[in-house]
Ligand binder design. Structure first.
Ligand code: PLP
Length: 432
């Protein structure tokens, strides 16, 4: 199957002249015209949005889209959920930040300790990138070891130490030495690289660096490179291996937190790490990040042996949003959302196959990926051969049909996406 991409692109451009002009203008003052590099890859150009409500986004030309990007994950309650709006609205006149203590801090921390299996204590910051650094620093301090183990394809933020072996080429992949992603990164990251769902590679890393690896960190569902779930027993294997070698197990739940279940992937898959990082969905769209961990290691932050700092940490606007989002999510039906998401996922795969396209899907109901290929991938390198050019054409056809999805094949669903929205989406896709 092919899409008449020239015609479709011309239609999309004709419908979005405001975005085209805004992108031109933006590039003259804002480096690259966007605020984070990945947004630049959007075709025909990044759209500019005027507002979002529930499952939908409206661009500055007045076109309305069903949104499956959900701001790259945070909007688990959809756009501008009322309880979160109300909580922010109550806080705004009382002050945006104090640089000092307030009651929302411990109220939110208590909710988090109830919800997250590994959370004896929590600490707040503002982005996923920062909070991962706190987790890795804690692990180094606690174990007195310099290295950490990460997996090929896993993303843990843009700091030099973790932005390695994220999407290496096939030739670069499979090596234990980390491969930096961009220029200017410090040459030493402290990472040792293993392969997802590959036990031998983990054992080989510990054998190669005895008593030097402080932590195993992973995305417990590999969302950033294909939404690839752990093989049955793989997370337990990591738990056991970390324990055997005196290393800590860290789950980077920046995406999976409050998305797979209220208690994240550790609740969903039933394996408890020593430390876990959260961001994105925690405040349903406002900037907050959270480190959750067991008492024995969090006490290193509590007594100041490990430094965790930040001017805006725990600011009351973000925590008002977090508290409201957590209360809303605690009353939400995650299993039903998984069922709805899977119905959409299966419907999308069927619609593509009916058009003669090789398509498979991986992931869970609230976060999954479509791969235009025949084989079901298990690790990052299995995704490299997918038909990305055809997916880009599909994406443009979706945009033309009023559906906004991420360029890498990932789909997120929120509690604002009811059955009617799913039906509507599938109808539009079948009609492409
Ligand atoms: C798993 C994971 N960890 C860390 C990060 C970094 O978070 P942030 O973009 O908030 O710095 C991301 C961002 O996408 C992520 O997906």
């Amino acid at each position: 199957m092919t899409f008449n991409t020239t015609e479709i692109e011309a239609r999309v451009r004709a419908k979005t002249p405001g975005s085209g002009a805004a992108y031109e203008r933006s590039q003259r003052s804002l480096a690259g015209g966007v605020s984070t590099a990945l947004r630049r890859s959007a075709k025909p150009y990044p759209l500019f949005f005027a507002g979002g409500s529930g499952p939908c986004l409206t661009d500055i030309d007045g076109n309305r889209y069903i949104d499956y990007t959900l701001a790259w994950g945070p909007l688990i309650l959809g756009h501008a959920p009322q309880p979160v709006n109300d909580a922010i609205g109550r806080q705004l006149p009382l002050g945006h930040t104090f640089g000092a203590q307030h009651e929302l801090e411990y109220r939110t921390a208590e909710l988090l300790c109830q919800a997250i299996p590994c959370a004896d204590r929590v600490a707040f910051a503002n982005s996923g990138t920062e909070i991962v650094q706190v987790a890795l620093r804690l692990a180094r301090a606690y174990t007195r070891r310099p290295l950490y183990l990460k997996f090929e394809g896993h993303y843990h933020g843009w700091d030099d130490s973790v932005l390695v072996s994220y999407k290496p080429s096939l030739e670069q992949s499979g090596v234990m030495e980390p491969v930096p992603v961009g220029q200017g990164q410090r040459p030493w990251s402290g990472a040792v690289v293993a392969r997802w769902n590959n036990r031998e590679s983990v054992q080989a890393a510990f054998a190669a660096y005895p008593e030097q690896i402080s932590a195993i960190i992973c995305e417990p569902l590999l969302c950033n490179s294909g939404c690839l779930p752990p093989d049955p027993g793989f997370l337990s294997f990591l738990r056991q291996t970390a324990d055997e070698h005196g290393a800590l197990l860290v789950f980077d739940e920046v995406i999976t937190g409050f998305r797979l279940a209220l208690g994240g992937a550790q609740e969903f898959y039933g394996v408890t790490p020593d430390l876990a990082t959260f961001a994105k969905a925690a405040a349903a769209g406002l900037p907050v990040s959270i480190l959750a961990g067991k008492e024995f290691v969090m006490e290193w932050i509590a007594d100041g042996r490990v430094v965790h700092a930040g001017t805006l940490n725990g600011n009351p606007v973000s925590l008002a949003a977090t508290e409201a989002a957590l209360r809303e999510l605690a009353a939400s039906d995650f299993p039903a959302l998984h069922v709805r998401g899977r119905r959409l996922r299966d419907g999308l795969v069927d619609a593509l196959r009916a058009k003669g396209v090789d398509a498979v899907a991986t992931g869970e109901g609230t976060c999954y990926q479509l791969h235009l290929q025949q084989a079901v991938p298990r690790e990052y390198r299995d995704t490299i051969g997918a038909n990305k050019a055809l997916y880009a054409d599909f994406l443009m056809a979706l945009l033309d049909a009023g559906i906004y999805a991420l360029p890498d094949g990932r789909w997120y669903i929120s509690f604002a996406h009811g059955d009617g929205v799913v039906d509507d989406t599938l109808e539009r896709v079948r009609a492409l």
